[in-house]
Design a protein around this ligand. Structure first.
Ligand code: AMP
Length: 634
């Protein structure tokens, strides 16, 4: 067996040879000519000259050996439905969807925006897009019209695929009115909208634009749509993620590199084997849903579970019941979900036969030790594998690669640098590499980024370079915008973001986006949003706002009402995911003399920490006022 150290070294020092080998894990229509073209840094082109198709690798490729094996298991505890699709059935559904999209004018390179709940049709739509060389742009179903409109405008989709409603905790959440509103708000209008009618909320259809999936599916029932062989560098999708500015970035991913990266990760990290079942509790609206609900497991020939519902409904044993029923071998979730389960009766963990499960992978936010310990005990010592990555990278940057060599885990650490990622800790002021153990620096990646990572920001190469590759002085390196340290054994520990991005229950949100939404309220003059540590969600957003008309500031009831109104503004614009947990009204915000908002000082005060050096602060009373308003831990 190769040691991980050697495996890793080869991935960096003999990069092309290493990735040429990994490329054999997928099917190519034409094999690549060049493994990595890095002649125009930081833009890396992987597998130039090669042609392939993501949908072929996820679906068609398996028809030869496993046509009758289950590919997709859709479980909804919201609607009490469970449907399984074999690879053959999935193939047919995807072709029906692909034919429908083609009939609506979608071709290679066109965008299709998918705004859907966790239903099987969402996966069909994604696969249908990559099948025909169109790019999907999935928008998380929890986002509201404002967020959706920004994304429609940026992606300019020819078609939008959506549904009448999603459901949460047994309550229907209508999607169609939010979509209609978003289309109204957006300058770009899609040519057609394809709607799955789940019979949950009546829909008003716009003649000529809106079409029902049931009708289209029937029309295209026997459709045969061959896979479009695209260049390895052809973009497969865009996925929006939050950053420092209010405008989300469209992370653009390629085809060949992504397929190889996922196939390799299924082998070296997740150890998922064909015929087994993979259960990721994420949502297709997030990167984990793209990589490890839809593409990764299917590329590996596994059955994948798509789950609509809460982890505690009908009871806190539902996920374990699914593990038993479908003999799940690999499970992927987020620390917040485990913290939710931790509040349930621990007997749920022993009630079901979990012997099939080999490991639980957790990602998306820091994994705290008590949570890791609790679930590790509950699963009788099965490995709990923390893995650290980002929407931008598409697959893990740090973890333990047990598929290469059994590796110990350390509580609090996601692990070592993953093969292909030339991870460095850098001094944020000088850009110098920190080589001594336990020094705190910015987690950076030296180019080229390995296959599967973002190619660029959709239609904005300059933003890609300026945002990600220009923040460390004197060096062209990719910044993750996370602080980290590395111990003497090469294990990294992530210490939080260096920018204004916050992480609420594993969902990444930009404080600027929330501030912009709040500013939409007519009585808000100025607002600061910060992330504050929270026992359950990791972080929650807290807002401090200055009013235009402060005449009622002393009226407690009026301020409570206003707080509710501000929250509604956020719900309507961004969605409830972004709603701050509290909105407090102040007379001024703490700023430097040059007018820069001191978010970090506000955050420190909210968390009961020392706000640090405040000599540059313009108005110390502003911070005192905030201090008086927050009850730490309350
Ligand atoms: P996203 O792009 O939504 O996946 O968010 C990525 C960010 O989430 C990272 O930059 C980190 O700040 C955080 N993150 C993801 N995984 C982990 C992890 N395993 N440990 C600590 N932070 C994490």
């Amino acid at each position: 067996m190769t040691s991980y150290a050697d495996f890793y070294r080869r991935s960096i020092e003999q990069r092309d040879e290493f990735w040429a080998e990994q490329a054999q894990l997928i099917d190519w229509h034409t094999p690549p000519q060049t493994i990595c073209n890095y002649s125009n840094p930081p833009f890396a082109k992987w597998y130039e000259g090669g042609t392939t198709n993501l949908c072929h690798n996820a679906v068609d490729r398996h028809l030869k050996d496993r046509a009758n094996q289950t590919a997709l298991i859709w479980v909804s505890t919201e609607t009490d439905q469970e449907t399984t699709y074999t690879f053959r059935e999935l193939h047919a559904e995807v072709q029906r969807m692909a034919a429908t999209l083609i009939s609506m004018g979608v071709g290679k390179g066109d965008r299709v925006l998918i705004y859907m709940p966790m239903i099987a049709e969402a996966a069909f739509a994604m696969l249908a897009c990559t099948r025909i060389g169109a790019l999907h742009s999935v928008v998380f179903g929890g986002f509201a019209s404002g967020s959706l409109a920004t994304r429609i405008e940026d992606a300019e989709p020819k078609v939008i695929v959506s549904a009448d409603a999603g459901s949460r905790g047994g309550k229907s959440v209508a999607y169609k009115p939010l979509l209609d509103e978003a289309i109204k708000l957006s300058k770009h209008k899609p040519g057609a909208v394809l709607l799955v009618d789940r019979g949950m909320v009546p829909m008003i259809l716009e003649a000529g634009r809106d079409h029902l999936w049931a009708t289209e599916r029937e029309k295209n029932f026997n459709a045969q749509v061959p896979c479009e062989w695209v260049d390895a560098t052809h973009p497969s999708y865009t996925l929006y993620t939050s950053g420092t500015t209010g405008k989300p970035k469209g992370v653009q991913r390629d085809t060949g590199g992504y397929a190889v990266a996922l196939a390799a990760s299924m082998k070296h990290i997740f150890e998922g084997k064909p015929g087994e079942t993979y259960f990721s509790t994420s949502d297709i609206g997030w990167v984990v849903g793209h990589s490890y609900i839809v593409y990764g497991p299917l590329i590996a020939g596994m059955s994948t579970i798509m789950y609509e519902g809460l982890p505690i409904r009908p009871d806190g044993g539902i996920w374990w019941q699914l593990v038993e029923k479908y003999k799940v071998t690999v499970m992927f979730s987020a620390p917040t979900a485990v913290r939710v389960l931790k509040k349930q009766d621990p007997a749920y963990l022993s009630k079901y036969d979990l012997s099939s499960l080999r490991a639980l992978y957790l990602a998306g936010e820091p994994l705290d030790e008590p949570t890791a310990q609790w679930i590790s005990q509950g699963l009788n010592g099965k490995p709990i594998i923390d893995n650290y990555w980002q929407t931008e990278t598409g697959w893990p940057i740090l973890t333990v690669c047990s598929g290469v060599e059994p590796m110990a885990t350390k509580f609090g650490s996601p692990g070592k640098a993953v093969y292909g990622f030339n991870v460095k800790l850098l001094d944020d002021q000088t850009g110098e590499e920190l080589t001594e153990p336990n020094q705190k620096g910015v987690v950076a990646i030296e180019g080229p980024l390995p296959p599967g990572c973002m190619q660029t920001v959709w239609r904005d190469d300059a933003r890609f370079v300026n945002t990600y590759w220009s923040s460390v002085p004197n060096k062209l390196v990719y910044s993750t915008f996370d602080w980290g340290i590395k111990d003497k054994d090469g294990y990294y520990f992530i210490l939080g973001r260096t920018d204004d991005v916050i992480n609420v229950a594993g969902h990444r949100l930009g404080t600027r986006e929330i501030e912009e939404a709040i500013s939409g309220h007519p009585n808000i003059a100025e607002v600061a949003v910060v992330g504050v540590a929270d026992n359950l969600k990791g972080q929650v957003a807290m807002a401090f706002a200055v009013l235009k008309d402060a005449s009622q500031m002393d009226d407690h009831a009026a301020m409570l009402k206003l707080e509710g109104e501000v929250m509604k503004v956020v719900d309507a614009s961004l969605g409830a995911v972004a709603r701050p947990s509290r909105v407090r009204f102040v007379t001024a915000l703490p700023k430097t003399r040059s007018g820069k908002l001191l978010r970090r000082a506000v955050q420190a005060v909210c968390e009961g920490r020392d706000p640090g050096d405040l000599t540059t602060m313009e108005d110390p009373a502003a911070l005192q006022q905030i201090k008086g308003l927050v009850v730490v831990g309350g």
